[in-house]
Structure formats: structure tokens, C-alpha cells
Design a protein around this ligand. Sequence first.
Ligand SMILES: NC(=O)c1ccc[n+]([C@@H]2O[C@H](COP(=O)([O-])OP(=O)(O)OC[C@H]3O[C@@H](n4cnc5c(N)ncnc54)[C@H](O)[C@@H]3O)[C@@H](O)[C@H]2O)c1
Ligand SMILES: [Zn+2]
Length: 335
Amino acid sequence: MVYGGLSALGRELKKEEWWDAKYVILVDENTFQHCLSRLIGYVEVLQEAEFIEVPVGEECKSLEVATQVWQTLLESEADRNTVIVNLGGGCVCDLGGYVAAGYKRGIRHINVPTTLLAMTDAAIGGKTAINLDGVKNVVGHFYSPRLTVIEPMFLDTLPREELLNGKMEMVKTAAVADSLLFERLIVDEAVARQQIIEVARIKNRIVKADPYDRSIRHILNFGHTFGHAVEMYSQLPHGLAVGVGMLAAMYLSVKKLGLSEDVYHTYSRWFKRHADVPRYTLKDIEHMLPLMRQDKKNTAGELRCVLLQESGAAVIDVAVSDHEVRDAFLHLNAV
Ligand SMILES: NC(=O)c1ccc[n+]([C@@H]2O[C@H](COP(=O)([O-])OP(=O)(O)OC[C@H]3O[C@@H](n4cnc5c(N)ncnc54)[C@H](O)[C@@H]3O)[C@@H](O)[C@H]2O)c1
Ligand SMILES: [Zn+2]
């Protein structure tokens, strides 16, 4: 991890282990426009780099686009010294990591995340993936970047809704791991550089403890079992849907694990200042229950959620009944 921004990356890439490197920068249309000149302005060794532009958003996370990038690498005679620099949000980082893992059985890659969500979540932890037949992240590898560089300057051009998506996931990470940071994130409206770094550090620490996502890393799925159903059913952006999912999961945490109501109310007040709470009828919830059961964390059709015992302390694999799901979703109407 490089927390010192682009200047620190510039210094890092002058080290001996990078002398043989030939860089290829992966961008999408937006990061080409807003981020590329900043990157190469600060990092001298990247000035000669080739760049490859891929489609914006989920569209780039496909086997077709991965194949196109591999073909471009082959045409330009990229060898095992090639280093892919992913300059973008979670989509570019996921695709670029996947491409790096496969090319010549694995070449180095560096993540330079440009969205808040990627800086604090997607670009950290070595999960790479593409989508297939409409199923998200179904083909991929655990393949870690050599470096992830946190440079908050890129957020200057990020649309407000993307900032909010990132902030929701930041609040999630703090909620399961650091109660003081959780409180600060909720009090402060603007996202401070220091907070980004703190959340990135927490994520880094959790994935190091469980690199293959078999145990403790599951706490990062807080809000996601409900959130994925909200995302699919209400067609909300992922971060926002997770924010709604956290409302439901916190409500159940109060009921089942004795989470303090203060935590729940503080969070719900904060959420309402930033977004509307969706309202669901029993009929809606019957459509959402099967979506929740598809969640990969469930065993034998029984719903399992991450809940909070207290702010900063999560419990994984808590069995949740259909009745409790209905109760939690209906309770959103009272938030
Ligand atoms: N690998 C992981 O561990 C992990 C974790 C969480 C999410 N993800 C993945 O991340 C993806 C979502 O990432 P995201 O939210 O960053 O979305 P994204 O990559 O689609 O970026 C969001 C939008 O912002 C634009 N953009 C990026 N940086 C910009 C900048 N600095 N200025 C202006 N516009 C900019 C992008 O072009 C895009 O339109 C999903 O595919 C998700 O599956 C992966
Ligand atoms: Zn998420």
C-alpha cells in the first residue's frame, strides 16, 4: 500500500525492483479525461507508458474486453516485465487485475483507484473478477496488486453520487471494525483524506488476516445480504443499496444482538440526510426474499447475515428467519 499519493508512487517506482518494468496504463473514458494527465504529471516513469481505454463501468468487466486487452498486449509485444497500471474505479481495477493474472501466467499490476469506493474497498485485497451471463464477479482470481496507491486528489472530479456510494461502504467498514471512526464519518460531511487512509488501512488489515475470504473477511459483507436484494429489486447503485441494507441489518442487530439503539438511530438519521429510504410492501418483500437466498453466504437455503453486537464489532453467520427479514424491511417504512 502507498498512502502518500502520487508523489510517493513516483519515488517507489524508481526503486530497483521496477527498473525492468514496462508500463501499460488501463483507463476508461472518464479516467482518461480526468486522471491520466495528473498521473503521468506526477510519476515521471509513466510518461512513456502506453495506455489502453476500456468501456466505462460494468461493461468493461467482460471476457470480450479482457480478450481485447490481452490482444493489444500481445500486439505490442508485452512481455513478463510488463506492469499494468489500473487507473480507475472498481471496474477498471477488477478488470485490470483479472487481465494481469492471466497474461503470461501472471504479470505485475498496480492499482491507482480514482473513486472513493475503489480507494477504500475495491482496489484493496486482491480480488479480481469479470462478469459472465449477467452474473457479477463470477469469474476471477485472488491476485494481489504489487501496489495500491491512495491519491484523494482524484476525487475532485468524481460525481456526487459516486462519492456517496463510496461513503456508504466506508461507513460499513468502520461500523464493523472501528467505532470511533464510524462516529467521525457520520459527523463529518466532507470526506477527509485521513479518513480515506484509515478505512483503506482497516480493509488492508482485514484482508491480510483472511486473504481468501474464508472467515473474518466476511464482516465486510455487513449490509450486503439485504443490500444485494435492494440493489437488484429497486435498481439502486450498489453503495446506496448497501446503505439501505445496513439500516435493515442494524435494526435486526438491535433486536437480536442487543446493539444499542443509539447507534441505529445515529446511523438512520445520517442516512436520511443523504438519501431517501425505500418503502416496501409485503408483496415487494416476497420478491426480495429469493434474491437474498441467492446470496453466496447462505447454507442450505437458510439466510445468514453479518450483524453488529456493538459499533465496531460484527458477528458473522447469524441465522435470520424469513419473518425477521419481513420485519426488518417493513421497519424501513418507519425510519
Ligand atoms: N475487488 C473487490 O474487492 C471489489 C470490492 C468492491 C467493489 N468491487 C467492484 O467495483 C465496481 C464498482 O466500482 P466503482 O464504484 O468505483 O465504479 P466504476 O469503476 O464504474 O466508477 C464509477 C464511475 O466513476 C467514473 N470515474 C472514476 N474515477 C473518476 C474520477 N476521478 N473522476 C470522474 N469520474 C470518475 C467511472 O468512469 C464510472 O463512470 C463493481 O464492479 C464492484 O463489483 C470490487
Ligand atoms: Zn459492497
